[in-house]
Write a protein that binds this ligand. Structure first.
Ligand SMILES: [Zn+2]
Length: 98
């Protein structure tokens, strides 16, 4: 699992994030890659400028086909329970978005 420095803001809860971890080790996030906000647990999509935007319904449907979303949500709940919420976006950055 790779961890990368980012400078992003969650489009849902507006939390600033300075890093992202990938569940697959395929390099830095690119446009269309998706990430889960460790603060609010909602999904965002990387744009062309390494920023984040709210995902489209189509992107969420594709994410649901490619990953077990209830399991990912459970992992987030467990991270919250451990207090592991500082600073990062975590999720499948290569979530079938390409
Ligand atoms: Zn958030």
């Amino acid at each position: 699992m790779g961890t990368y420095e980012t400078d992003t803001v969650c489009p849902h809860c507006h939390t600033h994030h300075d890093r992202a971890s990938s569940i697959k080790d395929e390099g830095e996030p690119g446009p269309g890659d998706m990430s889960m906000c460790i603060q609010c647990g909602r999904w965002a999509t990387f744009d062309q400028h390494q920023g984040l935007r709210k995902p489209t319904a189509e992107e969420m449907a594709r994410l649901g086909r490619d990953f077990d979303l209830p399991k990912l949500h459970l992992a987030w709940v467990m991270a919250i329970a451990r207090g592991d919420t500082k600073g990062g976006m975590k999720g499948p950055m290569r979530g079938g978005a390409r």
